[in-house]
Design a protein around this ligand. Structure first.
Ligand SMILES: Cc1cc2nc3c(=O)[nH]c(=O)nc-3n(C[C@H](O)[C@H](O)[C@H](O)COP(=O)(O)OP(=O)(O)OC[C@H]3O[C@@H](n4cnc5c(N)ncnc54)[C@H](O)[C@@H]3O)c2cc1C
Length: 432
């Protein structure tokens, strides 16, 4: 198969990138699972936006503080300064956010934010954004989306990428040649026992980048979300209890129903405090109470959390729910510059798979959708600017059937990639 631009991943980053590519370029988006099965669809809390210039210093400082000042300030500035333009575009594309009675946008707050600056759509902001982006992408005649097609490896020569090895939905393994390849494969939660991520998100982009010597950054910076609904079946995806629930007044209790912590601490610090409390109490969870949140606010702002808890047997209007930290987000990734370029020619990375240092050591709540969109848009602009032509030599550079044989054993390949990433994370953690 051949295409101009191959995008691996159909979350908000991959879709937004596709929408900003020239209409005369053939774009193929592949996704390992159903197109709606991406973490982008799961985002609950919202998307940050700079309300006005008076909030700039404070938003910048909150992002840097949450990231332990290991953030790349240039990336942070670009993200914040681009937020209004991106949100305006989302609204133009038909995406709706909660509004006040006077029609102004409503803002909520989450942990680590000193101001209310998060736009939301009930507690399904990610679904609202990503489903509308998907509709727009589907309407583009130059873009094809292939579901249940997994990227297994990169094709590269002389540190230049010319496509990928792909398993097609019918199980055959083939090569897809492309002038430009964009990795938008999301996070690594699928490698962990407890995670809020989709299980098929196993850091494949990171593994193939590592294999080909593409530079990585901070891949041991893994965020654990402090509050997911406790479930004694770890193979199930952990259900997130959004930070905005705490932003709106939910409190954490120990086993004696005593408050033990400031619920709006940045995620990593709060997670540590919860683990310490669980250790002290010898319990596999702590309690979260939503009793201080007005009933109407709970019903209108968090209908899906209320519904999910009810399905699991908890009436949040009347009782506490057990919560436990779980793997949630990957701050590290494939090192990119401010235009999504990796250290390999013709290879870009966007979204959670990529790392431009915007989040530092720890991501501030609701900065991820924004970061994904801002930098996916910039990568698309850069791809558009450059007049890439696939070198003639590579035009016929399909791998032989024999070279594709090692990719046939799906489980062995996945196990190898998993080992590579977890070993590398461990090595870096031990090194520190
Ligand atoms: C429960 C939950 C709640 C969240 N809430 C918020 C929030 O309120 N605000 C916020 O800003 N962020 C939030 N986040 C984080 C945010 O949703 C993600 O960081 C963001 O959506 C990542 O987008 P993405 O496009 O990079 O990846 P994803 O949306 O995860 O998409 C990854 C894509 O890559 C595909 N893929 C992966 N590997 C392969 C492969 N080998 N071959 C082919 N395809 C592949 C997947 O199938 C998928 O289509 C939340 C995350 C979770 C899990």
């Amino acid at each position: 198969m051949k295409t101009d631009i191959l995008i691996v991943g159909a979350g908000c980053a991959g879709l937004y990138c596709a929408l900003h590519l020239p209409k005369e370029k053939q774009v193929l988006i592949i996704t390992k699972d159903a197109v709606r099965h991406s973490d982008s669809f799961l985002a609950q809390g919202g998307i940050c936006m700079l309300k006005d210039d008076s909030d700039y210093e404070s938003y910048f400082e909150d992002t840097m503080r949450a990231g332990h000042y290991e953030n790349n300030p240039e990336s942070v500035e670009i993200m914040i300064r681009s937020s209004q333009t991106v949100v305006k575009e989302l609204i133009r594309l038909g995406i709706s956010f909660q509004r006040e009675e006077n029609g102004e946008l409503s803002f909520t707050r989450e942990g680590g934010h000193s101001q209310k600056r998060i736009l939301f759509h009930e507690d399904i902001t990610g679904k609202e954004i990503t489903s509308k982006l998907l509709e727009r992408v589907k309407a583009r005649p130059n873009v094809q989306i292939l579901e249940y097609a997994a990227m297994l490896d990169l094709l590269s020569e002389d540190n230049c990428c010319y496509g990928a090895v792909v398993r097609l939905p019918d199980g055959t393994v083939t090569t897809v040649l492309a002038e430009t390849t964009v990795l938008a494969c999301g996070g690594i939660g699928g490698l962990y026992r407890y995670t809020t991520n989709y299980r098929h998100l196993t850091g494949d982009g990171i593994a193939v980048a590592f294999k080909h010597g593409v530079a990585l950054e901070h891949i041991n910076y893994v965020q654990i979300h402090p509050t997911t609904l406790y479930c004694d079946k770890p193979q199930e995806r952990s259900f997130l209890i959004s930070e905005s629930v705490r932003g709106e007044g939910a409190v954490l209790y120990n086993k004696n129903m005593e408050r033990f912590v400031d619920e709006l601490l940045p995620r990593d610090i709060l997670t540590k405090k919860i683990y310490e409390q669980m250790e002290k109490d010898q319990t596999p969870y702590v309690w979260l109470s939503m009793e201080h949140i007005p009933k109407e606010e709970l019903t209108v702002h968090f209908p899906n959390i209320v519904k999910h808890c009810r399905e699991k047997g908890y009436d949040v209007f009347r009782e506490c729910i057990p919560v436990v930290p779980a793997q949630h987000y990957f701050m590290g990734g494939i090192r990119i510059d401010l235009f999504g370029r990796t250290s390999m020619g013709q290879l870009y990375a966007v979204g959670e798979t990529a790392c431009n240092g915007v989040h530092g050591r720890n991501r501030l709540a609701s900065n991820s959708l924004l970061e994904s969109l801002v930098f996916a848009g910039r990568a698309a602009e850069e791809i558009t600017r450059q007049k890439a032509v696939m070198p003639v030599k590579r035009q016929g550079h399909m791998l032989s059937e024999e070279s594709l044989l090692p990719y046939q054993d799906e489980e062995a390949l996945a196990a190898g990639y998993k080992k590579t990433i977890l070993n590398e994370i461990e090595r870096l953690n031990n090194y520190v």
